[in-house]
Design a protein around this ligand. Structure first.
Ligand code: SF4
Length: 169
């Protein structure tokens, strides 16, 4: 969804968003239940959560081997050679829109924000990214979030906002 501003080649080389330190586990992608059931049958562990609709989260917390807070554990679906092995239908929406996030502020405003740690996109939204969001991607993200409220995360200070609107409730 961001291929016009973030090349697949750059993501394939980087993979920053596909491995997680303990403090980044809140960032792990959330999987719709049809995908969860398929991968559970293949032996992968998920916690099932129900806030904002039923979804699954990978059980990565017991995979750390050291107490080092900088240790990273890869996503189940990251192949060292090929990158992400999921096809476009199975890839979580969180991954499709990375490094964008849809987030809820304390006043319930829903915002589309840039994760400022993406090494490729940087800390400040580019004009091309702003245009992409304004010209359709933003609406697409809001639409998805309306049907899948679990993708909405709590807003974090320092995430630059590209679009905002009041919450529906
Ligand atoms: S599902 Fe794919 S893109 Fe998403 S974190 Fe895992 S390996 Fe990366």
């Amino acid at each position: 969804m961001l291929s016009s501003v973030l090349s697949k080649e750059a993501c394939a080389k980087c993979r920053f968003c596909c491995a997680f330190r303990r403090q980044s586990l809140w960032e792990t992608p959330l999987f719709p239940m049809d995908t969860v059931k398929k991968w559970e049958a293949a032996g992968y562990g998920f916690t099932r959560e129900k806030s904002g609709g039923e979804y699954g989260r990978m059980k990565l917390s017991d995979r750390y081997l050291t107490a080092d807070p900088e240790e990273e554990v890869p996503c189940y679906f990251l192949d060292g050679e090929k990158g992400c092995v999921l096809d476009v239908k199975e890839k979580p929406f969180d991954c499709k829109i990375w490094p964008l996030r849809i987030m809820k502020k304390e006043n319930k405003e829903l915002v589309i924000a840039l994760t400022p740690t993406c090494p490729e996109m940087g800390k400040t939204p580019s004009e091309a990214l702003k245009k992409l969001v304004e010209e359709g991607l933003g609406e697409e993200i809001y639409r998805y979030a309306l049907q899948h409220p679990f993708v909405v995360k709590d807003y974090k200070e320092g995430f630059p906002i590209l679009m905002s609107r009041p919450a529906a409730d």
